[in-house]
Design a protein around this ligand. Structure first.
Ligand SMILES: Cc1cc2nc3c(=O)[nH]c(=O)nc-3n(C[C@H](O)[C@H](O)[C@H](O)COP(=O)(O)OP(=O)(O)OC[C@H]3O[C@@H](n4cnc5c(N)ncnc54)[C@H](O)[C@@H]3O)c2cc1C
Length: 463
């Protein structure tokens, strides 16, 4: 009577419903990871994120051994092959029941539905769990439809949050016997630079929980005042752990409310960000078109985006001539992470001032972020490009220089990432002479003109 649990984006032992219940009802348990480079490539997952996940899994494997749970790695070529490999394993190893936590991408939903049928044909059961804070179909408008606007969604979310106390699951039960030898998990190849970047991120859920606790104890109170300034370490930096499921949103909310109440602004604001994360997952679940590379607002599928490859390359390399944009892109390229305020600024610049298809930016982000999360990334990009759910209106375009003056007033962040212009008079927008002298790029496009052009393009398209 061996149960099988399969890891997805839930690389943790605590508060892992599928793993918890798989350990409860069986005599022995195998926890499996599917090593699938073809799928990772087709999902544009960054090598950094995959390497981070593999390091986390190594840590998990050791802890599973202490619980007498075997850790197995199987290989598949693409998402389409995963079920075949799982079924083979189930047959060859006399598996009793299979346990998974659901994922909301359209391919993942279809894969799991097929797995359920294939297991049924073998008289076996698939047990699917949901590790969201609330089930996506449990939050509805008064007219029984699904929310498309964040504020009323968050109100409904909060009222559920305060009606029923959030609970988290403990470690899975220790099994009587370990039935199989655990597998080693192989590395993916990273170049020397990426290996160094990976060292910036410590692994393990104990570390993530401790980081969460430290944030709650010391930083959450000033979150509202500090969260928009990229030169300040004012946010939690928990996104790599949340995106790979080393930590769950539920654990975050549980730990916050265990210690604090929502009356304080800093706490309310941070909780709101966790709700944004849940909102984008909810949108993905209810609107499968967003996982088909389509705009949330259908009409924008036909929008005449620019295909200027030189502009895209300059943006991606941090050579646009707009210091705050270049600093942000260089931060992403060298650390695999970017501050939220900057994500909005660079996404709006690409999709509005350069009028480049937001999907190119979305892909570039996924390929480079350590915290790449399909739902949040897609949501953030479509918000910035005005094609998404509850998006920024197309005529409200950030001026990156004004944003820079406001959120990096002294230019500390710019100086760190664009050191070649540290000495200029106006760090937010050096003069042409200074640019020429220091070898810093000129503006790719005139900011006023390109803003006007974008508003015209969106307004003509909307007619
Ligand atoms: C264009 C764009 C792309 C983005 N891509 C991603 C992505 O791939 N992965 C990702 O996790 N976040 C993404 N975000 C959201 C946000 O920028 C990051 O979650 C945040 O910067 C992570 O830093 P932190 O952990 O210090 O966040 P904190 O400010 O401490 O917030 C706590 C947590 O709340 C969640 N959160 C915060 N802001 C948002 C938001 N706007 N939308 C959804 N969830 C949020 C994250 O899980 C975050 O870790 C994107 C935003 C934009 C505008």
């Amino acid at each position: 009577m061996t149960n099988l649990f399969i890891f997805n984006t839930d690389l943790r032992l605590r508060d892992n419903p599928a793993l918890f219940y798989a350990a409860e009802n069986g005599k022995s348990l195998v926890a499996m990871f599917i090593y699938n480079p073809k799928k990772w490539e087709s999902h544009n997952e960054s090598d950094l994120k995959i390497a981070f996940q593999i390091d986390n899994l190594r840590n998990i494997s050791k802890r599973l051994a202490e619980l007498n749970i075997s850790f197995k790695v199987i290989h598949a070529k693409g998402i389409g092959e995963e079920n075949k490999k799982i079924i083979e394993y189930v047959k060859n190893n006399n598996i009793n029941e299979v346990f998974i936590n659901k994922e909301y991408g359209i391919n993942e939903i279809n894969r799991d539905l097929n797995l359920e049928k294939e297991l049924e044909n073998l008289n076996k059961k698939l047990n699917s769990f949901d590790s969201s804070v609330f089930l996506p179909d449990s939050i509805k408008t008064q007219s029984d439809t699904f929310f498309k606007v964040f504020t009323p969604f968050s109100r409904a979310f909060r009222s559920k949050l305060f009606t029923k106390k959030i609970e988290v699951l403990d470690l899975p039960k220790k099994q009587k016997n370990k039935t199989q030898e655990s597998d080693e998990i192989e590395n993916i190849s990273l170049n020397a630079e990426r290996k160094k970047t990976l060292e910036l991120y410590r692994v393990g859920e104990e570390y993530a929980l401790d980081k969460l606790d430290k944030f709650i104890d010391h930083k959450i109170h000033s979150y509202k005042e500090k969260r928009d300034y990229p030169a300040i370490d004012g946010t939690s930096s928990l996104s790599p752990y949340l995106s790979s499921g080393v930590l769950s949103s539920r654990q975050c909310l549980f730990r916050v409310f265990e210690k604090l109440s929502e009356e304080e602004e800093g706490i309310k604001t941070w909780v709101n960000e966790i709700i944004w994360r849940e909102f984008y997952k909810y949108i993905l679940f209810h609107n499968p078109r967003v996982s088909k590379n389509l705009s949330f607002t259908e009409k924008y599928d036909e929008f005449p985006w620019s295909d200027n490859q030189d502009h895209f390359t300059a943006w991606s390399k941090g050579k646009t001539g707009v210091p705050i944009i270049d600093a942000a892109m260089r931060q992403l390229n060298s650390t695999g992470w970017m501050h939220n305020r900057l994500r909005m600024i660079v996404a709006m610049y690409l999709s509005k001032n350069l009028l480049i298809d937001w999907r190119k930016g979305e892909k570039y982000f996924m390929q480079n972020l350590i915290d790449g999360d399909f739902a949040s990334n897609n949501g953030g990009w479509q918000w910035s490009a005005s094609t998404g759910v509850d998006a920024a209106p197309y005529f409200r375009i950030f001026n990156p220089i004004t944003q820079s003056e406001k959120f990096d007033k002294r230019g500390d962040f710019i100086k760190k990432w664009v050191p070649e212009i540290s000495s200029v008079k106006n760090i937010h927008n050096p003069s042409t002479d200074e640019r020429n002298d220091l070898g810093y790029s000129n503006h790719l496009v005139d900011l006023k003109e390109s803003r006007k052009k974008a508003i015209e393009a969106f307004s003509n398209f909307s007619k």
